[in-house]
Design a protein around this ligand. Structure first.
Ligand SMILES: CC(=O)[C@@H](O)[C@H](O)COP(=O)(O)O
Ligand SMILES: NCC(=O)COP(=O)(O)O
Length: 246
């Protein structure tokens, strides 16, 4: 199972001091350095989410990582003309279509492909025509999986936020949702990834979900990196994944 490291919140720390001084030579921490350090720790890809409100990652960060890192780039983006144009210039290996609202603290759910089918389908085709593979970030709900397959996306990323936020007996319910969703998606020849809220404590339960190709993990790794450094934080996650994979 592969590990995609989302470095968004390295930029959150930078923006806390340099949002008004974007071109300062002192601006730190550096997302590019974080990507290089993540690679040293064994990251298989880098995820960057340039949000419409630019709360963390900036367009410049995405292009600096694209040119400075040799790892595959997974560009998370809203389904907007602005982000489609950016993706076509950036040329990431992967684009993951995610929902965005300004008032959210973090992504609160999966992309509602079903109700935006025509829009998501058109966006998917434009990206694929440019050689970019498309992942749809969706809730583990069967109608959304069917809609994702209808759009011709190569892969889905199951939103694990409900699993991560679940408590007590609800955890098993959410794991069962992910298991069923992964089985159905794999049966439709979709690559199955997962992400959002995965951490060092809940990681083991995701190994009950079949057919998972990649985990996209960010906040917990960046948080750990504040204590031990990005390379060590990524290495710890990779070692934990290897141990659970057996
Ligand atoms: C789609 C997803 O779950 C995350 O990868 C996304 O980046 C969350 O947004 P923030 O990083 O802004 O919390
Ligand atoms: N798509 C999920 C992701 O990239 C990272 O989410 P999180 O680990 O920061 O919650």
């Amino acid at each position: 199972m592969l590990l995609g490291v989302n470095i968004d919140h390295v930029a959150t720390l930078r923006q806390a001091r340099y949002a008004l001084l974007p071109d300062s030579p002192n601006a730190e921490p550096s997302p590019l350095q974080a990507a290089l350090d993540a690679q040293a720790g064994g990251a298989d890809s880098i995820t960057i989410h340039v949000r419409g409100d630019r709360r963390h990652m900036q367009e410049r960060d995405a292009f600096e990582v694209r040119s400075g890192s040799s790892l595959p780039l997974n560009f998370e983006m809203g389904v907007t003309e602005e982000m489609i144009a950016m993706a076509l210039r950036l040329k990431p290996e992967f684009a993951c279509l995610v929902p965005e609202t300004r008032e959210e603290v973090t992504t609160e759910g999966g992309l509602d492909v079903l109700s935006r089918l025509e829009e998501v389908n058109a966006c998917t085709k434009r990206l694929q025509d440019a050689g970019i593979k498309v992942s749809l970030f969706i809730d583990p709900d069967l109608p959304q999986i069917e809609a994702a397959a209808e759009c011709g996306a190569e892969m889905i990323e199951l939103h694990t936020g409900c699993f991560a936020n679940a408590e007590n007996e609800d955890v098993a319910v959410e794991v069962d949702r992910l298991v069923e969703a992964a089985r159905v998606a794999a049966g439709m020849d979709l690559q199955v990834n997962a992400g959002h809220g995965i951490n060092y404590r809940n990681l083991s339960q995701l190994f009950m979900v079949p057919h998972l190709s990649e985990l996209n993990i960010g906040h917990t790794i960046v948080s750990r990196a504040v204590q031990v450094g990005m390379t060590a934080a990524v290495r710890e996650m990779k070692e934990a994944m290897a141990a659970y994979q057996g």
